[in-house]
Design a protein around this ligand. Structure first.
Ligand code: GLA
Length: 385
């Protein structure tokens, strides 16, 4: 890996001595969507697709970035304003550099070349993987000694400030702290994490990419977050100790039925029920009850479709088709929704049938199937000497 990375760096910037390479994985969320920014619970797992960033410090304040896949290049001087709207990846790489400069953690520029294998805009955490790989590389380049949670928070802030997406912390924490063959249970209020072993022997996690894309920033994602905050304002009138939808409970929602707009109430029901499902899902993994886990995935999809209203007709068709296949224990949309992927848990022997069934739904004969494993190693940093 190191040798390949050194070659890549040399292609654009000459002698790679002193460069550092960092990798960070994408993630698929098994259950718990739109709960992270409501201080709730999530249960993602990292996947064997990643972002790779090769970086080396400069002695001036220049920043040069190359996207290896497209050949796009951007140059900038630390602290100088720049239009972040294009190329699309710019906020996730240069945003991290600038955020660290803003926090007075770095004063010198850097040369960066990056590439990645996480499908973009598919709800598999491609932007978080790129942010985290950049932050981990810069950490090593400038000896910053960033703590993992600090790294995830930094990257989440980058997404807010430079990409305009008011996301939660799930993707960045999963990418930074996820471990192979484990899900990562995150309490998004305390930021405590627990690595939960996945008893998936004989089963596969199969992801289907619908091919439907939405721009997170332009989409209704930020709107959903604002709706949740509005619901909190109303609920606090009855329960002043409440600070996030995490603190809501069924009796409170029922008591506030008349005060809340119908859709705000529905958002509340989703968050309250989804948080409970994440806790139940963690429990079912602990006792190896995968059927129960699958039922929770199905219920999560229904709630995201009906109450949180973030599904898409094609995602619903994919989930419906998948759940009809014998051997599929559960299926749901994963990530922000409005497009992107569904995730299913399926008996290994039933994967070909699932693939056939899914293929029928893609008119051009393609299928968006991505069978994932978890990576052999989680995020790694190596120094090229
Ligand atoms: C996106 C965001 C996350 C999370 C999910 C929905 O992936 O980046 O913070 O809110 O959507 O669960």
């Amino acid at each position: 890996m190191t040798e390949r990375a050194a070659k890549l760096f040399a292609e654009y910037f000459g002698d790679p001595t002193g460069a550092v390479v960092a990798r960070a994985p994408g993630r698929v969320n098994l259950i718990g969507d739109h709960t992270d920014y409501n201080d709730g619970f999530v249960l993602p797992m990292i996947i064997d697709r990643h972002a790779e960033v090769v970086a080396r410090r400069r002695s001036d304040r220049q920043v040069r970035i190359v996207a290896a896949e497209s050949g796009e290049r951007v140059g900038n001087t630390l602290g100088e304003p720049i239009d972040y709207s294009s190329p699309k990846w710019l906020p996730y790489v240069l945003g991290v550099v600038h955020e660290l400069a803003q926090r007075n953690r770095i004063e010198l520029g850097v040369d960066i070349v990056f590439r990645g294998t996480v499908p973009k805009g598919a709800g598999l955490g491609s932007s978080a993987a790129l942010e985290v790989a950049t932050a981990v590389a810069l950490d090593a380049v400038f000896n910053l000694w960033l703590q993992p949670v600090e790294t995830a928070e930094l990257c989440r802030d980058v997404e807010h400030h430079y990409a305009g997406v008011h996301c939660g912390i799930m993707d960045q924490l999963a990418s930074r702290l996820g471990r192979p063959n484990h899900a990562l249970f995150i309490d998004c209020r305390s930021l405590e994490v627990r690595h939960v072993p996945l008893p998936f022997d004989g089963y596969r996690v199969v992801i289907v990419d619908s091919g439907v894309r939405r721009e997170l920033a332009d989409s209704r994602y930020n709107q959903r977050r604002a709706e949740c905050e509005e619901a909190v304002t109303i609920l606090r009138k009855v329960e002043p100790s409440l600070t996030a939808l995490r603190d809501a409970y069924p009796a409170l929602l029922m008591a506030c039925e008349q005060r809340l707009l119908t859709d705000r109430l529905a958002r509340g029901w989703h968050v309250v029920s989804e948080n409970q499902r994440v806790l139940d899902a963690r429990e079912s993994l602990a006792c190896g009850d995968l059927s129960a886990f699958g039922r929770l995935m199905n219920a999560s999809h229904t709630s995201l479709r009906e109450d949180f209203d973030v599904s898409h007709p094609f995602l619903d068709r994919l989930v419906e088709a998948a759940t009809e296949v014998d051997g599929v224990l559960g299926a749901r949309l994963t990530g922000a929704g409005f497009g992107g992927c569904i995730v299913t848990l399926v008996r290994e022997a039933a994967v070909p049938t699932l693939e056939d069934r899914i293929r029928e739904l893609f008119e051009d004969g393609s299928n968006g199937i991505i069978v994932v494993g978890t990576p052999e190693q989680a995020g790694i940093t190596e120094i090229i000497t």
